[in-house]
Design a protein around this ligand. Sequence first.
Ligand code: AMP
Length: 367
Amino acid sequence: MAAQLSPGDTIGILGGGQLGRMLAMAAARLGLKTHIFCPDADSPAFDVAAAKTIAPYKNESALQAFAETVDVVTYEFENVPARTADLLAALRPVRPGPAALAVSQDRLTEKDFLTDLGIATAPYRGVEDAGALARAVGELGRPSILKTRRFGYDGKGQVMIREGSDLGAVFRGLGGTPSILEGVVPFIKEISVIAARSLDGEFAAYDVTENVHANHILSVSRAPAKIDAACAVAAVATAKKIADALDYIGVLAVELFVTKEPDDGRLVQKIRVNETAPRVHNSGHWTLDGAPCSQFEQHIRAIAGWPLGATRHHGAAVEMRNLIGDDVNAWPDILREPGACLHLYGKAEARPGRKMGHVTRVLDRDE
Ligand code: AMP
């Protein structure tokens, strides 16, 4: 199997949501085909791909048949079962590799990995049972946040522990599964770094992005983030350290908290990593209209073994707003607005909390 793809080759993508859809569109622009593997028959990515497989992620014969039709395998979500990744990796290059999946699937493994690299995170403790939770709360104090180690997203699988919280009930409420307790980071901003590392180890990062969440779901991203220059440099250096440590190939997202902490008698901005994602990320959607090479193209270039593209943002700043649930009904007005770039994901039903699309605006002034 060639390390480097040629136009006409096929990329296999596990997952058929909007991220898979936008990856497939970026691949098509570069003359590459995509084959989407997803259990859901009405996956948005199927509309724009050359081939599809509808099967569970653990269906080994379907995975085998899928692998035989593709030149490289990637994924749009981090909860790919380890056995699935291993089975595919024995047949085709899987990029990013299984190490990146292992780290990002488990919040405790991830925090230990970051700590070993000397990267600051929230204070944390592994929690196996209710007794360990009581000890951890004794050490980290209240408020603190209990999160399941695996399968959490958009605020799901996490609970705030406050004064008076019944720890046994909280632990059972999260399913009694292995969890992690985190101290609350008094952040002033949430930022992310969308970066990429190529087969040759070349590294590139987009401008650091500032993110605002509503109801635990990303609402607005804006680049460049309004943070101190030294803080932005440190955030990008952190992403590079993570990518190099994982011998990473593809786009990597790193979400961080910015705090103000005393240092030598002054208050300075510091960063702590919240979590990483071994994939393209919602906070990088602004790059579709706001940078010469979008995060989707960048990921395709990296996993194809091609050189990385340019990342500097257009205009003075770029803003991206998610269209969540009924927000999507504003699409006719957005279409009429000069300079607003509308992206719809082709999802039939606008359920509350569901990401239906997004709109990007390249701004002339960074107000
Ligand atoms: P997560 O699913 O871990 O990304 O958490 C979702 C959101 O909860 C984050 O974007 C933060 O706004 C908040 N959050 C999570 N962990 C912490 C923490 N240790 N300290 C403060 N806020 C947090």
